[in-house]
Design a binder for this molecule. Structure first.
Ligand code: SF4
Length: 181
């Protein structure tokens, strides 16, 4: 039987959600019997294949124009899109920028921070231009499943992927998979 293709990508994020995916540990061997990870930020192949995948996973918030492009490309190329982590679900820690505004946040980070010497606010189009408001992924593209948490536990991710492989959409994840320290 053909394996289910899964692609992952990240937006404005730390690597924590992807690390949690790797935290599935030895169960990844079980997953790999049924799943082919076509691309991810932690492999050589970064972009989902043009002929598409079954499951697309996005971590991170929508913070700049590049994030919008990445989210739209994933949406176009996957059947089921999962927003993994608080940042992808509602903006998470990245959305704290909304409290002060983009201009003030950039100024503080790149010009005024105590560690800055000869600071410059980056404005390369390659990086993407910052948006006025940071949001979750669903403000830009349709999301089929949210798995909140910072990061979500490996158990929650494994459960969700296992349910999808069994042909079930895990609309509500069991509470035992969520722990908040
Ligand atoms: S939800 Fe938490 S762990 Fe995941 S990308 Fe955001 S800050 Fe990092």
């Amino acid at each position: 039987m053909a394996k289910v293709k899964v692609a992952t990508d990240w937006l404005a994020a730390c690597a924590g959600c992807h690390m949690s995916l790797l935290d599935i540990d030895e169960r990844i061997v079980q997953l790999l019997e049924a799943v082919e990870f076509t691309s991810s930020p932690v492999t050589d192949l970064k972009h989902p294949p043009e002929d598409g995948v079954t499951v697309g996973i996005l971590t991170g918030a929508i913070s700049n124009t590049h994030n919008v492009e990445v989210a739209k490309r994933m949406r176009e190329r996957c059947k089921i899109l999962i927003a993994v982590g608080d940042c992808a679900t509602f903006g998470g820690i990245v959305a704290s920028r909304n409290l002060v505004g983009t201009e003030a946040a950039l100024k503080r980070a790149y010009l005024e921070a105590e560690s800055v010497v000869d600071g410059v606010i980056p404005d390369s189009p390659e990086l993407g231009m910052p948006l006025d408001v940071v949001t979750g992924v669903d403000k830009v593209v349709k999301v089929d499943l949210f798995i909140p948490g910072c990061p979500p536990s490996a158990d929650a991710l494994f459960y969700a992927l296992s349910e999808l492989l069994a042909g079930r959409m895990p609309v509500i994840l069991p509470p035992e998979h969520f722990k908040y320290d």
